[in-house]
Design a protein around this ligand. Structure first.
Ligand code: HPA
Ligand code: ZN
Length: 335
């Protein structure tokens, strides 16, 4: 069964590139760039990765990102993730980046983007992994700050497929960014948003109806509202769920308590993703295995999760059909 998960070609749709910074690379970059860190060993860093909620995680995640200064740092970070993605049989990935973490520290937007893009382009050529890049606005910062970040992205419309919303959710509803998402849409960007991770179902409604997003990131709190579940089911709005992230950030106490089984039973288009794998100690296949083991998922449910990851991707129809055919062939070969 372990083989089955490893072997299935899949897409990853919810991964923050800054959240893939492994402590080994963090320490290397700290040295290369002469940035002081409060960790001097990998063990010390890992030991500090104890989170009580989203906010406590974000503090550590922003702190780690301070070692990223130059274009090659962003390249090396992204390349390291792509190598992990290949090990997990990820054939397509849609990566979030948080430019404001970097521009606030004086790192130019173009430095961040060029480094990430160079690695993604090499990933396509050398690893056969296709990818899209999604720019996330930090929701605990102002709408004006998001708008000026969007302005910086406009000349790079061909390098950035869409926009998203991450950061500290509670108290920062999607509606705060209505005008930013409207402008992004008019400029041709697709959109997604984190909603219903810690925040209430109303934030999911707002993401759908005010921001008009194409997917919801997390969305696990949707089950608190029957009408919302019906809407998500009817429109097959994808939910990019990150089970082990939810446990690490205490959205659920244990993986056994996660509601992924109910989300699937409700007929929702759920996929499984890693979120911030370096900080949560789990890449995408670890997440599949965790939900399989804790919830007794069989091959057909695992296959459905992988299928959903491709269906919910922003690949074009031709690419999507090809990837889905590869998935079905791989699953049939494993029988
Ligand atoms: N939620 C919100 N913001 C984030 C996350 C998350 O899971 N990961 C990185 N930034
Ligand atoms: Zn996330």
């Amino acid at each position: 069964m372990q083989d089955f998960i490893d072997r299935l070609p899949k897409a990853e749709l919810h991964v923050h590139i800054e959240g893939t910074l492994e402590p080994e690379l963090m320490l290397q970059l700290a040295e290369r760039n002469a940035v002081g860190l409060r960790y001097s060993t990998v063990e010390e860093a890992r030991a500090a990765y104890q989170f009580s909620d989203l906010r406590s995680f974000l503090n550590i995640y922003y702190e780690g990102a301070r070692v990223l200064l130059r274009e090659e740092d962003f390249h090396d970070l992204t390349w390291a993730y792509l190598l992990k993605a290949r090990q997990n049989n990820v054939i397509h990935t849609e990566i979030f980046f948080d430019p404001q973490i970097h521009t606030e520290r004086g790192v130019p937007f173009d430095t961040v983007l060029s480094g990430i893009r160079a690695a993604l382009d090499a990933g396509r050529r050398e690893l056969d992994i296709t990818s899209h890049l999604l720019l996330c606005f930090l929701r605990h910062l102002s709408a004006d700050a998001a708008m000026s970040t969007l302005e910086q992205a406009l000349p790079h419309r061909d390098a950035i497929l869409g926009v998203g919303l991450d950061g500290s959710e509670v108290g920062n509803p999607p509606s705060k960014f209505a005008s930013v998402f409207e402008r992004a849409r008019k400029k041709g960007f697709l959109s997604v948003a984190h909603a219903g991770e810690e925040g209430p179902p109303d934030y999911i409604w707002q993401a759908l109806d005010v921001l008009r997003v194409r997917r919801i990131d997390h969305g696990v709190r949707c089950l608190e509202n029957r009408r919302l579940v019906e809407r998500l089911r009817r429109d097959q709005v994808p939910l990019t769920v990150c089970p082990l992230s939810n446990v690490k950030l205490r959205v659920f106490d244990r993986i056994e308590d996660h509601n992924i089984g109910q989300l699937l039973e409700a007929g929702l288009c759920v996929s499984v993703n890693s979120d911030d794998p370096a900080y949560f100690g789990a890449y995408v296949n670890d997440n599949y295995r965790a939900v399989r083991d804790a919830h007794g998922l069989g091959r057909s449910e695992i296959l459905r999760l992988a299928r959903n990851s491709l269906v919910a991707s922003f690949l074009d129809d031709t690419e999507k059909r090809r990837c889905l055919a590869d998935l079905e062939a791989s699953a049939a070969g494993a029988r």
